[in-house]
Unconditional design. Structure first.
Length: 750
């Protein structure tokens, strides 16, 4: 067959394929919610069908269409065409075995495909060497077009020996990529085969068992699963103890072995704890669009030049919500003069909200953050599946979101060490708290993490009811919330006594010590504890005199013993976010607020009033006191429900009852040592006696004022004013009316 005829046939085939409908349109649309078994089943059928069809075509049993396929195969692969169906057959077998154990899906990565390409290319190139293929007209005798690309087109100048050596190296690289063996492991197997030739066959199963537990996973960008096994090194770093066996950090369906001697568990049996799989979380395909980037650069430069400010525009980075345009001002230009032109820049760019970052952190540049024309949704799954989260070296990693450049922000809650989250209603505060909680639940088992949830709104955190990490049911009552805070203070004191007893400085040192101690000591490791309050404002309004001193006490001292507070509020005013609380909570997140005053209450600086809402926020941390802008991940309600159901079902089937402790929400049995808090029963009884005496005097004399109570009871103004307010709330006296006396609604006869 002449070359011209072959080219015409190839041209006809390509034209025919170009006119066929696209394959994805013929297949059912497979969304992330569709079971992974369906996808694997389809690909198994496709692989086996292609393998059979190709062999029928090679041996001329597939009719005229099979003849066309064989012609195409021989043109592309030459004599190596008989190996191609074997590749599809092997792929079908691998998928069949993977479907029997879905935990191995994450092992199917691009290294396997590239390994096969390199191995096949080396073989096809050797066929060209063996059959002395020297020009394109004879390449069908050897390895076809594929082999010709390797030899002699690419390696022909090296001669037969040099080209053969490089082809061997290419095949060897493909072998290592496919089997994912290290050179040391390969060398050891070859070395042992000299003593026992039968061990040389051990290399063959490794080719078809590339999904086993020793596999080094590198594909952290898979849309379905990320199985990054941070096994050996992290197992050595993880705290070990005689009561809870070492728990390696895991993702997806990796199993954690827990030796449960905890009385909360049953029968002292080993519990297989699995962290939630990533496929229950959503992914979003939307991409942000910045608009005319070059045009906006020109507008910014021209606008500033009109006001006599010369700048040199530099790069522009596009994030999920905004695009940051940076420029370098000329020498002698004051930043305050640029800052005063924010409204003029917003007018020139035709945007509602525009924020200046002057200077950009770590650079001698000024940044202008302009809202994107189209925003992209940030999913929690995309953050948790990254190597930055899976291999995070700190404790209690939290997925914050993506910054203005689209980089992932993963912070350690243990280093914050406490967190304030504030923003106006609908700005994304509660959704972000959900993302924070899921970050922790995707990282820790109930034996490593305990959680206390206070939901004064009664509707936000109730979704987590029944999670085995909870030490108490989700708290919605103010009195129980205060009792839980007092219990946490007592728990902090208990932990400090343990640290003092063993001479350790913090929870990490203590757990490391316990891991090396003998079981006869009868001590257990200390799990981390996260106390979350959603709507601190309601709690502060009801019992500020008790809540504020306890929060201040915990934020001052609880970090060393692994207790961390997360305080959320939609009322960022000085009566809720007090100076004492701010002084002890250095890490703060501000979502969109109504005014610059609210922004200053949260961050001690403006900027939050210019945010766009829907998860657009600023975070200030001890490591970076200048606020960083980010887009928080969106977490849907069904994602939370699926995760909670997975954990609840596993807690039941594994025999782990829960971490619930009835003492958490009950009045404390011991004395709570908190400076500034007067909540003893004696003081309460005394206050009741004073109130009753004041009520008797007001009714007797039909007079109600602070000065009257001060004179008759011999008390100070604050206490007298408080009693008058209590009487007004109880309906005994009327409201204040300037200098006129208050009305007394009850007389002695009543």
């Amino acid at each position: 067959m002449s070359i011209l005829v072959k080219k015409n046939i190839l041209h006809l085939i390509l034209s025919y394929l170009a006119n066929l409908p696209k394959i994805p349109k013929l297949l059912p649309k497979l969304t992330p919610e569709v079971d992974i078994n369906t996808k694997i089943t389809i690909w198994i059928v496709v692989c086996f069908a292609l393998s059979i069809l190709l062999y029928l075509s090679i041996f001329n049993f597939a009719g005229s269409f099979g003849g066309i396929i064989y012609t195409l195969l021989s043109l592309v692969f030459g004599r190596a065409a008989v190996i191609v169906p074997l590749g599809f057959m092997a792929a079908g077998i691998i998928l069949f075995r993977v479907q029997k154990n879905l935990e191995l899906v994450g092992s199917l990565n691009s290294r396997i495909i590239w390994g096969l390409i390199f191995i096949f290319g080396g073989i096809a190139g050797f066929l060209n060497v063996i059959f002395n293929v020297a020009n394109p007209g004879t390449m069908q005798r050897g390895g076809g077009l594929f082999g010709y690309l390797f030899y002699p087109f690419a390696l022909g100048g090296l001669g037969v020996i040099g080209g053969s050596l490089l082809l061997f190296c290419i095949s060897l690289i493909g072998f290592f990529l496919f089997t994912q063996l290290t050179f040391v492991e390969f060398f050891d197997k070859i070395k042992s085969s000299f003593r026992d030739p039968g061990k040389l066959l051990d290399l063959i199963p490794d080719i078809f068992e590339v999904w086993n537990g020793k596999t080094k996973i590198s594909n952290l960008k898979s849309e379905e699963f990320v199985q990054s096994l941070k096994s050996l090194n992290d197992a050595k770093k993880a705290p070990k103890d005689p009561i809870l066996k070492p728990i390696p950090i895991a993702t997806g369906s990796e199993t954690i072995k827990i030796d449960s001697l905890n009385p909360k568990s049953t029968n002292n049996q080993v519990v297989d704890w699995k962290l939630p799989p990533f496929d229950i979380l959503h992914t979003y395909k939307t991409k942000s669009e910045a608009g005319n980037v070059e045009g906006n650069k020109a507008i910014i430069k021209d606008t500033l030049s009109h006001f006599g400010i010369s700048v040199e525009m530099t790069e522009a980075v596009t994030g999920p919500t905004v695009t940051q345009y940076t420029f370098k001002p000329a020498n002698g230009v004051k930043l305050s003069s640029i800052d005063s032109l924010q409204r003029d820049l917003a007018l020139a760019l035709a945007v509602n909200n525009l924020r200046l970052e002057a200077p950009v952190s770590g650079k001698s540049l000024v940044g202008v953050e302009v809202p994107n024309k189209v925003k992209s949704q940030v999913s929690l799954r995309d953050l948790l599946q990254t190597q930055g989260f899976v291999n995070f070296e700190g404790e209690l990693p939290v997925a914050i979101g993506k910054d203005v450049a689209g980089h992932n922000l993963i912070f350690s809650l243990s280093k914050m060490p406490h967190l304030l989250v504030a923003g106006a209603t609908g700005a994304g505060k509660s959704i972000w708290i959900n993302a924070m909680l899921l970050s922790l639940l995707y990282r820790y088992s109930p034996q490593d993490l305990k959680v206390v949830l206070v939901d004064m709104k009664r509707v936000e955190l109730k979704l987590y009811e029944g999670v085995p990490h909870l030490v108490a049911p989700v708290i919605t009552d103010a009195e129980k919330a205060i009792n839980a805070l007092k219990w946490t203070v007592l728990e902090m004191d208990r932990r400090y006594k343990l640290l003092e007893q063993f001479g350790k400085r913090n929870i990490k040192d203590y757990n490391d010590f316990i891991s090396k101690a003998s079981p006869e000591m009868g001590v257990e490791n200390l799990p981390y504890m996260v106390f979350v309050i959603d709507e601190l404002g309601d709690l502060m309004m009801l019992a500020k005199s008790e809540v504020e001193p306890i929060i201040v006490r915990l934020t001052q001292m609880s970090r060393a013993v692994g207790i961390h507070l997360v305080l959320g509020t939609q009322r960022p005013d000085i009566h809720v976010v007090t100076g004492l609380i701010k002084a002890n909570v250095p890490t703060r997140i501000a979502f969109a607020v109504a005014s610059q005053i609210d922004s200053r209450v949260i961050l001690d600086s403006g900027g939050a009033e210019k945010l766009l809402g829907q998860g657009d926020g600023l975070i200030m941390s001890p490591s970076n006191m200048q606020p960083i802008r980010f887009q928080g991940p969106f977490v849907a309600e069904d994602e939370v429900r699926k995760c909670v159901e997975f954990l609840k079902e596993q807690a039941v089937t594994s025999g782990l009852i829960s971490n619930l402790d009835s003492d958490v929400t009950e009045p404390p049995k011991g004395r709570v040592n908190v400076p500034g808090m007067s909540s003893s029963s004696f003081m309460e009884d005394e206050a009741d006696d004073v109130f009753e005496e004041a009520k008797r005097l007001v009714i007797q004399y039909q007079k109600a004022s602070t000065s009257f109570l001060q004179q008759m009871l011999g008390i100070g103004y604050p206490k007298a004013a408080k009693i008058i307010q209590q009487m007004e709330d109880a309906g005994l006296v009327g409201p204040g009316n300037g200098s006129k006396p208050r009305d007394v609604y009850i007389n002695q006869d009543d």
